[in-house]
Design a protein around this ligand. Structure first.
Ligand code: CU1
Length: 373
């Protein structure tokens, strides 16, 4: 985890061995061409994703109910795991150095667009009509925001309990984490948050930073990674890598940070702290621990979806200004990141999902309230 203050999801690590162990338990249960059936929305009104701060009490309750239900619902895609945890699992595996499907490259935005859409379909399977709300962190930027209320995402972690979240629907004892990072030796089965407690990230990104990001003309630039020039690559600017050096491709990129934009939001929520063991022995020093949102398994924290809905919304705004079909590259990017490449894991469940298929969000059946005003 990003204890060096640079990256919420540190690049390049070896996890192939234990990944195999994890996979064996699941197997692929369903191979359905889901996208083909779901993208045809002719005549159907658009699903509207709303600013979370505008939800009524009933809408907030319905959203929370849907999320909780997915933790009980068996996965339609993988055996032996809940619908909810399927997404956490896919997200973690996307960091496999052999896969690199979701971050640190041009597909960051289209990959997550599909990820959110599939999560939304699952939500709608238990609560028809529900949509993922978005968290505009340029406006709702305090630790006292409505977001952290006990009827929504639940509160900050309790410092007396190693920053366990103890309030709200996703509190310790009510919301159990089961998918962990392979390198996570502690495997703490509850949410951890230390809001605004990450070194170097006291505040969430500002509206001015968002505006700067949206003004960048090119979607992305070579070398199509964390190394892409953040003054010229909208994607890398928004993803939030800063001060990265090294070689693109496998191994060898390190980022001095400080993280910005998307990455910074992950770290701001997660925070960092010293985990205190109940019975410390002299040879067992306290470890530096980061919160749930800093891990490869960050979807374990349900605020992940609200954050990424906002990121997706910012992409729609960039597309409105710079052209909906602006995407790069068509070739020369990492596998899975070129316009026509099939993206993992969707290809493993019989779906053909390419960045090209993700460009027009309205054709996918949804819009944001901010673009309909
Ligand atoms: Cu993210």
């Amino acid at each position: 985890m990003g204890t060096d203050g640079s990256c919420p999801n540190p690049p390049r690590r070896e996890r192939t061995l234990s990944r195999g162990r994890f996979l064996r338990g699941f197997g692929v249960a369903v191979a359905a061409a889901v996208l083909g059936g779901r993208t045809v929305h002719a005549g159907k009104p658009l699903d509207v994703r709303k600013n979370a701060r505008t939800l009524s009490d009933a809408e907030r309750a319905r959203y929370v109910r849907a999320v909780l239900a997915l933790k009980q619902k068996p996965s339609p895609y993988l055996e032996g795991i809940s619908s909810y945890d399927t997404f956490t699992y896919w997200h973690r595996e996307a960091f496999d150095p052999q896969i690199e499907a979701a971050y640190m490259g041009p597909a960051f935005l289209p990959w997550h667009r599909m990820f959110l859409l599939m999560f939304e379909w699952e939500l709608q399977s238990v609560e028809p009509g529900v949509t993922i709300p978005y968290w505009d962190w340029t406006v709702d930027r305090s630790r006292d925001s409505y977001l952290w209320a006990p009827d929504f995402m639940g509160g900050n972690g309790d410092p007396a309990q190693n920053f366990a979240v103890t309030t709200g629907p996703f509190a310790k004892g009510r919301w159990e984490l089961v998918v962990f990072d392979d390198e996570d030796t502690q495997q703490i089965p509850y949410l951890i948050r230390n809001l605004a407690g990450f070194p170097g990230i006291p505040d969430l990104p500002t509206a001015a930073e968002v505006e700067q990001s949206l003004s960048i003309e090119a979607y992305d630039t070579a070398p199509w990674s964390q190394l892409s020039d953040v003054t010229r690559s909208f994607r890398n600017n928004l993803e939030g890598w800063r001060g990265c050096v090294g070689h693109s491709g496998h191994m060898g990129v390190s980022c001095a940070g400080p993280s910005a934009m998307h990455n910074a939001v992950h770290l701001w929520v997660a925070g960092e702290f010293q985990f205190s063991h109940e019975e410390d022995t002299p040879d067992e020093a306290d470890d530096d621990v980061t919160g749930t949102m800093a891990a490869d398994t960050s979807p374990n924290d349900p605020v992940f979806w609200l954050h990424h809905a906002n990121i997706d919304r910012l992409w729609t705004e960039w597309q409105r200004r710079h052209g909906i079909h602006s995407y790069a590259p068509t070739a020369g990017g990492p596998h899975g990141h070129n316009l026509e490449d099939r993206m993992w894991p969707y290809d493993t469940i019989g779906m053909t999902v390419r960045p090209r298929d993700m460009l027009d969000h309205r054709a996918l059946g949804y819009a944001y309230d901010s673009e309909l005003r």
